[in-house]
Design a protein around this ligand. Structure first.
Ligand code: GLN
Length: 550
């Protein structure tokens, strides 16, 4: 039987519950336990798939094709194990299940209520991953903040589970904020006391309190929190702001968050966790030997969370190359033929991001043309690949009217079009081509060299595809369809053999990049950008020397 750790949040949102949960999971995994993390989100959407990135950041897609919260990305990146549909549940999904059951007649004669029917369904889903025999510890992150109306059924479910399970089989970790009042030069504990009190009023008392703080806490402060919040002094954990999220597991190790949790769960603490690989990664990340600047072209660039997995993949790939990756956000809406050279001049690589809709599209195409013509390393993901295909059709093949039917349904050269099965779909939620699909790579292609394999599997999230009708024209003009789906023949990757790095993929390699296994496409893209930067420096040196000799 698995043990359950619940992670709740108090005082404000955005305290980094996902990172704390993932760090704790990492430490327990490094001690040899089989750990998984799940997140319960208190909103009514059945999943975040239909939410705008401005609302909710990136939508993370799992192997089994679930559209989930971006925290699942952190779980995978930290633990290096895949999550699934079961790891992310929303209030919408809970209600949908209960209402469907009601319609089927499962509750005949009964009034269906929040307690017990909704809370029973929450409990069933919380316990699910602990019942498959694959996990020793299940960490459940409860989204939202204690005190929110919509969080109440979750807190009530945790209360009931604490009563139903053995004392040593579950535990509550509460993450809270200790604000620093600069004028008074003081850290304040009152908001924490209030949030613990509020949770206690609902029948749940935290076993461990993790305190997010900008300034170091004193022992006295820890004691004060322990006393007023009624926990043991070793159960007050300090979580000071770190320069990178990848430092947090080591910070939590120093603070003994794993040890206190194990003690309270009745697990003997025998040895230290093995964090060797993690430390090696962190060293490389903190002490890079070179630097590249990558332009990230998208339409949500002002919002960090919109491209979370891509940014994290750059961190993994940068560490692998011992190279600092500086990401320069470039809004595609403002790129034109007149300013593109100026705006992209200082870049060592260009990534055109995934996206939907026509806003900013022409700017993306202009940027891709610049990268292609100037041998600037280019990496296009999903919409980025689709636009590389459009750009090639327009400027190399000569079909100036070529487009994707997503942007122009009337185009005479629909080089990107809707997949056959997508044409019948009218419902938006969960109906894209989602999750892992296999892909065969052409032996001898750049893609095969990058993956060091000719058979790969990557995750998808899109409706449109390369239009196979034009394949021969593209091949004749020099674009290689280096990756194809073995069953449908769909083109999943394209590349230009005469360019140092011009690769597009229909899938999302960023969704599988982890600290221990960085995505090969990102690693090689950064390596190529590094080479580009070196060549640029050498050329500049030679030019300088020439001038000096004149
Ligand atoms: N809008 C494109 C499609 O639906 C690309 C999607 C994406 O970039 N994730 O096919």
């Amino acid at each position: 039987m698995a043990k359950y750790i619940f992670v709740t949040g108090g005082v404000t949102s955005s305290l980094g519950k996902g990172i704390i949960a993932a760090s704790l999971a990492k430490l327990l995994q490094a001690r040899g336990f089989r750990v998984t993390i799940q997140k319960f989100d208190p909103y009514i959407n059945v999943d975040p798939g239909t939410l705008n990135p401005y609302e909710h950041g990136e939508c993370f897609v799992t192997e089994d094709g679930a559209e989930t919260d971006l925290d699942l990305g952190h779980y995978e990146r930290f633990l290096n194990t895949p999550t699934s549909q079961a790891n992310n549940v929303t209030t919408g999904r809970i209600y949908q299940t209960v209402i469907n059951k009601e319609r089927e007649g499962a509750y005949l004669g009964k009034t269906v209520q929040v307690v017990p029917h909704i809370t029973d369904e929450i409990k069933r889903r919380i316990l699910l991953l602990g019942k498959d025999g694959k996990h020793d510890i299940v960490i459940t992150e409860l989204g939202g903040t204690v005190g929110d109306i919509e969080s109440l059924p979750y807190i009530e479910a945790v209360r009931q589970l604490q009563w139903e399970l053995d004392e040593q089989d579950c535990l509550v970790v509460h993450l809270t904020l200790i604000p620093y009042l600069r004028a008074a030069k003081e850290l304040k504990t009152k908001p924490t006391q209030h949030s613990v009190k509020m949770m206690s009023e609902n029948g749940v008392h935290p076993d461990v309190i993790v305190c997010r703080t900008e300034e170091p806490m004193y022992n006295d402060l820890k004691k004060k929190i322990a006393l007023f919040c009624n926990v043991t002094p070793d159960a007050v954990i300090e979580a000071t702001d770190m320069s990178t999220i990848y430092e947090v597991p080591l910070e939590m190790l120093r603070e003994k968050l794993d040890v206190i949790c194990m003690k309270k769960l009745g697990i003997p603490v025998e040895k230290e966790p093995d964090m060797t690989k993690w430390r090696t990664f962190l060293d490389k990340l903190k002490y890079p030997k070179s630097k590249v600047t990558i332009g990230l072209i998208g339409k949500y660039v002002e919002l960090q969370d919109a491209y979370k997995s891509i940014l994290e993949s750059f961190i993994h790939a940068g560490a692998m190359n011992e190279c600092k990756v500086v990401v320069q956000n470039i809004h595609s809406e403002f790129l034109t033929h007149d300013n593109v050279a100026e705006k992209l001049r200082n870049l060592d690589g260009l990534l055109v991001a995934p996206g939907f809709g026509h806003r900013g599209i022409e700017g993306k195409i202009v940027a891709i043309q610049y990268a292609r013509e100037n041998n600037l390393p280019f990496f296009g993901i999903c919409l980025g690949m689709q636009m590389a295909v459009v750009e090639f059709a327009r400027n190399v093949i000569g079909w100036t009217d070529a487009h994707s039917t997503e942007m122009n349904p009337e185009t005479p050269h629909a080089v990107i079009g809707l997949m056959e099965e997508q044409k019948k779909i009218t419902v938006k939620g969960g109906t894209m081509r989602l999750g892992a699909y296999s892909c065969d790579l052409i032996p001898g292609s750049k893609a095969a060299a990058i993956y060091d394999s000719t058979q790969i599997s990557e995750r998808h999230r899109h409706r449109y595809e390369f239009n196979g009708q034009y394949l021969a024209d593209f091949e004749k003009a020099g674009m290689v369809p280096s990756g194809r789906n073995p069953e449908s023949g769909l083109v999943e990757m394209v590349e230009l053999p005469d360019h140092p790095f011009f690769v597009g993929c229909q899938f999302h390699p960023e969704l599988k990049s982890t600290v221990e296994a960085p995505a090969p496409l990102f690693v090689h893209f950064i390596a190529s950008a590094k080479q580009y930067a070196e060549d640029k420096t050498n050329k500049a040196k030679i030019a300088e020397e020439k001038i000096a000799h004149q």
